[in-house]
Design a protein around this ligand. Structure first.
Ligand code: NAD
Length: 513
């Protein structure tokens, strides 16, 4: 009976893959005969074998992007925006199959796969508007007959290195902005998700064909492992490296980019918390906690990992959460009833069980967290999300485990809760549930959360286009997508223009010859 259910599930994967391939122009040539096997986390089946970029080819790729830059930088920014507008249109048309491919390749449930594509569409809209708003400043000069201003110019090829868990949105955050800013893009996707990258490349090609006269080499996708990322990181011809992934990766990348005086935009690991204060709306908090902690099976950089609960609420809230977790539908992400899909691979399941063992050793009481093998496709790494009551914020709580583990700790005084929230090496996202205005304001004040994102009465997970996204400390300090994050993709130039017949020096310096 189970075997039959499994067979039906894997046929669903095969059928969904066949439909996506056709709709997304993924030809036989593109997805077979290569050396990189792509397995679906849904059931472990092999979807494709893609060709890898040879490390020796990276020099040519970078040269080609450099050549494209020399043309693209002089195309007026609103015209560059037209390419991104067309990309947004093509993404709208491809939303369904691309969202499904995200589910097949990264294991996200369908609604989250589609949501990721919607985020791509939203950033395109944002970037199109931006293409007419790359504003500089006019600055008052102390010298008569002089005008000072600040101009923003394209900077050069941007190397984009991305993680498996947002296989398409993070590319679009970077590519849409870089393209309107006048920069070519070289994208090194995760080796776990090359198919979605090839699909995005095909979608961009459709937009380029409609655009007409973009330079050759404006956008490249290179498929393979860390060595390709390293080639970008080490090249002085790639002035900006935008790297999303683990803190371990950022530790390797950042010093190399700094050593050649390049600029890096780092979007690294998170260890995101929620404070639940005595006045919190508990029902709302429960809904926010469950989505933030188990959405994407706990594999979002902004997933909720730490719950800091007032001592008077801890027992009640833990009981409600354990009950809510017990009824979570776990299974194939292609099944519309599923809320918790698989982890990306067996290594992730092992890391989760190692973390739970460490938590027990550090005094934790674990609810759930076991491997799920019944009622799910065989071959996938399915787990029950875990809630762990911890006596303190111990070593394992301070580390990011990329899996659905929620550590619950209690606090007595508000200041203690803030100290716990800030007492980890990462600084990505955070939130508080409270109806006390003083607590809410204190949380978002200079003395409150030390994270790049601090929310009130919503969970920490996810991003909305418009706000700058990123975090402090070991999260790397980068900001992407919204607000003035575009400035990291351009070079700033200060200009002083003298329209007088005199040559006065600043600061009253006299130098007569
Ligand atoms: P990962 O660090 O294993 O890999 C990320 C990318 O970096 C891959 O493309 C990989 O090939 C490349 N890479 C690895 N070592 C490299 C090196 N030395 N030089 C150049 N490139 C290198 O991460 P992952 O497992 O794919 O993703 C999960 C991690 O990403 C989590 O820690 C998560 O928090 C983080 N993440 C952060 C954000 C954010 O915006 N802050 C978003 C998504 C994921």
């Amino acid at each position: 009976m189970n075997r039959m259910a499994d067979r039906m599930q894997s046929e669903t994967v095969a059928e969904a893959w066949a439909a996506c391939r056709t709709a997304l122009d993924l030809t036989d040539e593109a997805v077979s005969g290569g050396s990189l096997a792509v397995r679906s986390p849904v059931d472990g089946s092999e979807l494709a074998r893609v060709r890898q970029t040879h490390a020796g080819a990276m020099g040519g790729v970078i040269e080609s992007a450099q050549r494209a830059f020399l043309d693209w930088r002089s195309v007026p920014a609103p015209r560059r925006g037209e390419l991104v507008r067309l990309l947004g249109e093509e993404l709208r048309a491809a939303k369904e199959p691309l969202g499904t491919l995200v589910s097949l390749e990264a294991g996200k449930i369908r609604t989250e796969g589609l949501g990721e594509v919607q985020e791509m569409i939203d950033i395109c809209d944002f970037a199109v508007g931006l293409s007419r708003q790359l504003y500089g400043l006019t600055i008052a000069s102390e010298r008569p007959g002089h005008r000072m201003m600040e101009s923003w110019h394209p900077i050069g090829p941007v190397g984009v290195i991305t993680a498996f868990n947002f296989p398409v949105a993070v590319w679009s955050w970077n590519a849409a902005i870089a393209l309107v800013c006048g920069d070519p893009v070289i994208w090194k996707p995760s080796e776990k998700t090359p198919l979605t990258a090839l699909a995005c490349e095909a979608i961009l090609k459709r937009a380029l064909a409609r655009f007409g006269d973009a330079p050759e080499g404006l956008h490249h996708v290179v498929i393979g492992g860390a060595e390709l990322g390293e080639a970008l990181v080490q090249s002085p011809q790639v002035p900006v490296i935008s790297a999303t992934g683990s803190t371990r990766m950022g530790r390797a990348v950042a010093p190399q980019v700094a050593a050649r005086f390049g600029r890096s935009i780092l979007e690294l690991g998170g260890n995101n918390a929620m404070i639940v204060a005595p006045s919190a709306d508990l029902d709302m908090a429960v809904r926010a906690i469950v989505f933030s902690a188990v959405g994407t099976a706990g594999q979002r950089c902004t997933s909720l990992r730490r719950l800091i609960v007032h001592e008077t609420l801890k027992e009640e809230l833990t009981r409600k959460l354990v009950a809510a977790y017990a009824s979570l539908p776990i299974g194939s992400p292609l099944d519309p009833a599923t809320l918790v899909g698989p982890l990306i691979d067996e290594a992730a399941a092992q890391a989760m069980s190692d973390a739970l063992a460490a938590a027990r050793a550090e005094g934790g009481v674990v609810h759930g967290g076991e491997r799920v093998r019944e009622g799910v496709p065989a071959g996938g790494a399915y787990v029950a999300p875990a809630i762990v009551e911890m006596p303190a914020q111990s070593a394992i709580v301070r580390a990011e485990t990329f899996a659905p583990i929620l550590y619950v700790m209690e606090y007595e005084a508000f200041d203690e809760a803030i100290a716990m929230q800030n007492g980890v090496p990462q600084g990505l996202s955070s939130c508080i549930f409270t109806r006390d205005m003083r607590e809410a304001e204190a949380f978002v004040s200079a003395a409150g959360s030390d994270c790049g994102i601090a929310n009130v009465n919503i969970g920490p997970s996810g991003a909305e286009i418009g706000g700058a996204f990123g975090g402090e400390k070991e999260t790397g300090g980068g900001r992407e997508s919204g607000s003035d994050a575009w400035k990291a993709y351009m070079r700033r130039q200060t200009n002083t223009v003298n329209y007088s017949a005199e040559l006065p020096l600043a600061q009253g310096v006299s130098f007569e010859i």
